[in-house]
Design a protein around this ligand. Structure first.
Ligand SMILES: Nc1ncnc2c1ncn2[C@@H]1O[C@H](COP(=O)(O)OP(=O)(O)OP(=O)(O)O)[C@@H](O)[C@H]1O
Ligand SMILES: [Mg+2]
Length: 344
């Protein structure tokens, strides 16, 4: 593979943020990554912030509350391909919503246990749903930060070796993580300001890696590059590009080229099919040739986009398109692929 090695020192990463264009596979990759990281007894937290309960669907469990739930055992076999079974770790999941994060924050920092519940009745919930999007983001990222840097304020809570965030899409990710900037106009000094600064220190550090998921099509690949540039511009650490849903590549490029340029001998193809016992009609042969050309053209587009991605100067990983879609077994398959390629 022409790809560069996985992000140097990713072993020290404690927060993996997974972004990408909508529908490319952010949630799938985040879940697979959490399974891959949960080996050797490591404890991993998989978080979602978009209120869509994607994690519960993928792992086939009840909708997640605002509480950490153990949802899976990590991928077994820490040394892929060497036949030595490493011990698995565990994956917990957390569904973060801004309202609950605000109430928990107030309770943790201002000991507003009961008052917090009263506030809820008097409209914190409404407040949290109508606040500026930037403030909402700070509540969400604040909870992620708390899970990564867990300290004694959250007594008795599980501590994690790594946190994986199923994050907002590429178009919003830099802004989402750039809580300092968002708060600049609101809080110039004081505890909120200094907490935002502390959060930014983590998000910009080598302990964070932001991975971008894409498929090999022009728009998502372009969006990936725009995202990389924006993140770099904001000093946020880009991890890997994960090329997802890659089509099988069994057919030789020379064959594909023949198909693309209309060089298929239809008479010979018809004869071959007939010899194989297929009852042929001109319609059938034409249809097959058209389908083959379509596949060959799509493959050529994919190869062109692959070259673009390889030119980003970022470690690239690939995941196959699973023919039957992604069930729980499929997530473990993808986790194994990630680990083979050095992530997890
Ligand atoms: N490698 C794969 N092989 C087959 N199907 C896949 C693969 N990756 C993702 N999918 C499927 O593609 C769909 C979109 O994936 P997913 O929900 O992970 O994307 P997303 O980027 O999180 O989407 P959204 O922007 O809506 O949050 C899902 O149905 C998922 O099962
Ligand atoms: Mg998703």
């Amino acid at each position: 593979m022409s790809h560069t090695d996985p992000a140097p020192g990713h072993g020290q990463v404690r927060l993996h943020v997974v972004t990408g264009k909508g529908g490319t596979g952010k949630s799938t990759v985040a879940a697979a990554l959490a399974l891959a990281l949960a080996s050797h007894g490591r404890n991993v937290l998989l978080c979602e912030v978009e209120g869509r309960q994607g994690i519960a669907r993928m792992f086939d469990v009840d909708p997640l509350p605002y509480a950490e739930r153990r949802i899976a055992t990590g991928l077994v076999g820490g040394d892929a391909g060497h036949g030595r079974a490493g011990s698995a770790g565990t994956v917990h999941a957390l569904h973060i919503d801004a309202e609950s994060a605000l109430l928990e924050y107030l309770a943790m920092y201002y000991k507003l246990g009961r008052a917090g519940r009263a506030l809820d009745r008097f409209g914190v919930t409404e407040f949290a749903t109508t606040i500026a999007p930037g403030v909402r983001d700070v509540l969400l990222t604040g909870k992620v930060y708390e899970a990564v840097e867990r300290n004694s304020r959250n007594r008795g809570a599980t501590t994690y070796d790594a946190v994986v965030l199923d994050a907002p899409p590429t178009g919003r990710i830099a802004r989402f993580l750039n809580v300092g900037k968002e708060l600049a106009g609101l809080a110039k000094v004081g505890p909120i300001r200094s907490q935002a600064d502390t959060m930014m220190t983590l998000f910009r550090s080598p302990h964070t890696a932001i991975h971008l998921v894409t498929v090999l099509e022009e728009m998502p690949v372009q969006e990936t590059w725009d995202g990389i540039e924006e993140l770099r511009g904001d000093g946020l650490p880009v991890g890997s590009v994960v090329v997802n849903q890659v089509r099988p590549r069994e057919i030789d490029e020379s064959v594909l080229a023949t198909v693309r340029t209309g060089g298929v001998d239809e008479a010979a193809l018809g004869a071959d099919l007939e010899a194989a016992g297929v009852e042929i009609t001109p319609h059938l042969v034409d249809g097959l040739v058209a389908e083959a050309r379509d596949h060959a053209e799509r493959r050529a587009l994919e190869e062109a986009q692959r070259a673009v991605v390889d030119g980003f100067g970022v470690p690239v990983l690939e995941l196959p398109r699973l023919p039957g879609g992604v069930d729980l077994g499929g997530l473990y398959d993808l986790a194994a692929r990630l680990r083979e390629q050095g992530l997890g």
